[in-house]
Design a protein around this ligand. Structure first.
Ligand SMILES: Cc1cc2nc3c(=O)[nH]c(=O)nc-3n(C[C@H](O)[C@H](O)[C@H](O)COP(=O)(O)OP(=O)(O)OC[C@H]3O[C@@H](n4cnc5c(N)ncnc54)[C@H](O)[C@@H]3O)c2cc1C
Length: 397
């Protein structure tokens, strides 16, 4: 199909006219999905129109111009950013029918269950087990740092199905119904006082074989798709210039800067300007990357955006905290604890500063991003990997 930017704007306007700019999020997203405007590069009938992803910006701009806030990842971030492309790439027609639209509308939240207490960066070494029993698999083990597990209907579950195979080859990937008997979810409180993530325990949890994505033993390939998409999802914003975190810094600078002693003011002005430039470079790079993105399986270049935006976000929140002077060190009185209703831990400036410390850990640490970029993009010599061909059960733990 050949569609122009104006065609996409007209189709988006038609959705806005049909459901109204004040529509609830679920019916609004449902109408976008049906019109092929969820992700325009997706196939027709599956949330897209099969056209260039560069046209997606027209959808978002048209919605923004109507005065409605819209960001595709504003709800069910993990489901939409990671679950959707994984199910689209590896799922059967039944999986597509059952899950894709409900993920996009946010009716079913999804979580990612990869990390374990002793396996985060080295996730391929994980030890939660699934054993086949007829048409079902029986899962035992534990996951950790599972964001929004307590709000999720489904989980992307990576488990070991063949301990005799080398670590990358003995994994399988399942869709887990989080309401299955034997799934226990316990909150983990972060430095912010929020519990947006969890420990998840599995005791004889039964999963139908039909919930497998990819083949038995092919879990690492499927997981790589999820991880690559995670990096793209975390890798920067395509929202308008100067919005988001950098806007918080600029607003604060406009309020506080005038009262600073001249020498301090000059230094802080340079710092704010430099961060603004870096945020804009990041935004433009993300827009360029999106225009070239492929459906389902982005390449290792996604790690550039993840690395750069995580480190920039921390520098911006450091500047916000410095700008506040000593009061920047104060956290909310009583250090309140809460169970999050989503990702982020935002609210106060101090909470956002504390939450930003996780940016260089979640979705793969900055060290791991540098390894990926060094090895897979720059083709530098790889790290020594002595356990790559050893049966997983023989690797000392
Ligand atoms: C806020 C938050 C949300 C998260 N949400 C999820 C989630 O929803 N689902 C999920 O599965 N996981 C989640 N995680 C877990 C996250 O993916 C892991 O924390 C991360 O991959 C690092 O693993 P680790 O904590 O085990 O640290 P480790 O792997 O033990 O790393 C410790 C240190 O060693 C460094 N290191 C490790 N290996 C290497 C290496 N080969 N080369 C150089 N340096 C290395 C690391 O960079 C780090 O500094 C979340 C984490 C956070 C902080």
């Amino acid at each position: 199909m050949t569609l122009t930017e104006q065609d996409i704007r007209d189709r988006t306007q038609a959705v806005l006219d049909e459901v109204g700019t004040e529509a609830e999020e679920v019916p609004f997203r449902s109408a976008l999905w049906d019109a092929g405007l969820a992700f325009v590069q997706y196939p027709e009938g599956k949330g897209g129109l099969g056209v260039s992803p560069s046209l997606q910006g027209e959808v978002e701009a048209t919605i923004r111009d109507s005065g409605r806030f819209f960001h595709p990842l504003a709800t069910n971030t993990i489901g939409i950013g990671m679950g959707l492309p994984t199910v689209l790439t590896y799922g059967s027609e039944e999986h597509h029918e059952k899950h894709l639209k409900r993920i996009f509308t946010g009716e079913d939240w999804w979580c990612q269950m990869f990390s374990e207490p002793s396996h985060g960066s080295d996730v391929a070494g994980l030890s939660s087990r699934a054993e086949r029993d007829g048409d079902e698999w029986v899962v035992n083990g534990q996951k950790v740092w599972t964001s929004v597990a307590h709000m999720s209907r489904y989980g992307m579950l990576l488990v070991r199905t063949d301990p005799d195979a080398p670590k990358h080859k003995g994994l399988s990937y399942f869709i887990l119904d989080m309401q299955s008997p034997g799934v226990e979810i316990r909150p983990l409180y972060q430095i912010t006082g929020d519990a947006e993530f969890n420990e998840v325990f599995f005791t004889d949890v039964r999963i139908p074989h039909t919930n497998l994505l990819g083949d038995v033993g092919d879990g690492w390939r499927v997981a790589t798709t999820t991880l690559m998409n995670e990096r793209v999802a975390l890798g920067g914003s395509t929202q308008p210039r100067g919005s988001g975190t950098i806007a918080t810094l600029v607003d604060l600078w406009e309020k506080e800067g005038a009262t600073m002693p001249p020498a301090e003011q000059a230094i802080m002005r340079d710092r704010v300007a430099q961060l603004w430039i870096e945020a804009e470079v990041g935004r433009l790079t993300t827009l360029r990357a999106r225009a070239n993105s492929t459906i389902g399986n982005p390449g290792p270049e996604g790690s550039v955006g993840k690395l750069a935006s995580a480190e920039l976000n921390q520098r911006i929140w450091n500047a916000v905290t410095d700008l506040q002077g000593p009061s920047g060190m104060m956290h909310e009185i009583g250090y309140p604890r809460s169970r999050n209703e989503g990702l982020g831990g935002f609210g106060s400036l101090s909470k956002s500063f504390l939450r930003s410390q996780a940016n260089t850990i979640e979705g793969g640490t900055s060290d791991i991003m540098r390894n990926i970029l060094g090895e897979r993009v720059l083709c530098l010599p790889g790290e020594p990997r002595v356990d790559k061909t050893v049966p997983w059960k023989d690797i000392p733990t």
